[in-house]
Design a protein around this ligand. Structure first.
Ligand code: FNR
Length: 342
């Protein structure tokens, strides 16, 4: 199957498989504050990712790999949505466009549609420095996402089996690229040792991409006869990953993603220490099933809801959300206890 056909298949399966909602957000509860002393009109959502300023702590996460006409259309639609709502946006893997130059316009359209946007380039962890530079130049990206997809590759019969030298490649990218490198999981989460080691080689931003939203093991398993079902429930939930990130002793920013559906999920992510949250499957579903206008409406609603939640919680900025008291219950609590995380 060609790369483009495989990616189209991913979109269809992602929509069908939907979101699992086992991300752990239901385990996190805010403690009501009767006297928050906040003013809705003075809530600031301004955020920074790797030194890049965003007007809200929201970005559209990577989804448009593969190239081809459908990728081009989705990229254009998402870029227009990002421009309208002033959120950041990652493109999907650009490897197709690196290997076949005629695919480049499927990605270049993003910068054309959103000239002043905060846009992230994207490649998998096999990427070389030259390929990463090409990906960044192709869309004049403000940052570069490198995605880690060991389990997805293992589940695919034609996928990679050799994952050696990844840290070495990442270090070269960090040293050689002029934009921040965001090391990103795709739905299996990250533990604190991995984040710590990434910090030690110079990575300053990770997207923990936790378990509980889009599930690539399920998507890949559904597409084939020979199934590796034991990977269907594999991964560290989004809330557990955020707690893992919170105990890392290094200067590194954490981005939350993996099953984010609402402003409440985002507020909980920020309270657990993330500087911003990425939405993928949820936004794709709205875009494909209900259209661009509806997605714009939806994102504006999330922005408004986040401000309402912050007003109620007594937090005037995303940073202040980290001081808001909360209770951690259920599996996330047990995870934290056994991992020695307070
Ligand atoms: C993805 N994702 C993804 N990630 C990446 O780094 N490069 C890519 O090319 C893709 N492609 C892709 C296609 C489709 C159809 C989906 C739904 C997702 C993963 C995505 O960015 C995110 O990490 C996961 O989907 C988890 O977030 P959600 O979907 O639970 O919000």
């Amino acid at each position: 199957m060609s790369r483009t056909a495989r990616k189209l298949d991913h979109i269809n399966h992602a929509l069908l498989t939907g979101q699992a909602n086992t991300h752990g957000f239901e385990d996190v509860m805010f403690i009501h504050n009767s006297i928050p002393e906040t003013n809705y009109d003075e809530i600031s959502l301004t955020s920074k990712i790797g030194g890049l300023s965003l007007s809200s702590p929201i970005f559209i996460n990577a989804m448009t790999g593969g190239g081809g006409e459908q990728t081009k259309k989705l990229n254009q639609q998402l870029a227009e949505v990002a421009a309208e709502t002033k959120v950041g946006m990652a493109v999907g893997s650009q490897m197709a466009a690196i290997k076949e130059s005629e695919q480049r316009e499927s990605y270049e359209i993003v910068r054309k549609s959103h000239p002043d946007g905060i846009i992230f380039a994207n490649l998998g962890s096999e990427a070389t420095l030259d390929q990463a530079k090409m990906a960044v130049d192709m869309i004049e990206a403000n940052a570069f996402q490198l995605h880690l997809n060991v389990i997805q590759e293992l589940v695919m019969p034609e996928g990679d089996r050799n994952f050696t030298d990844t840290y070495k490649r990442i270090e070269k990218l960090v040293q050689g690229l002029e934009v921040p490198v965001i090391v990103k999981e795709v739905g299996y989460g990250m533990n604190n040792q991995i984040i710590q080691r990434l910090a030690s080689i110079g990575v300053r931003v990770v997207d923990i991409g936790g378990f509980g939203g889009t599930n690539f093991s399920k998507i890949e398993n559904e597409r084939r006869q020979q199934k590796l079902n034991y990977f269907n429930n594999w991964g560290i939930t989004t809330t557990a990953s955020l707690l893992e990130g919170s105990v890392v002793d290094a200067e590194i920013e954490i981005l939350a993603s993996g099953g984010l559906q609402s402003a409440m999920d985002l507020a909980k992510s920020l309270a657990l220490g993330a500087v911003a949250g990425g939405f993928a499957g949820r936004f794709l579903k709205v875009l494909v099933e209900e259209g661009q206008e509806k997605l714009i409406e939806d994102i504006n609603q999330i922005i408004n809801d986040l401000k309402m939640l912050m007003t109620a919680l007594g937090a005037s900025s995303p940073k202040e959300l980290t001081n808001v008291p909360l209770i951690v219950l259920g599996d996330t609590f047990h995870w934290a206890t056994q991992r020695g995380i307070d």
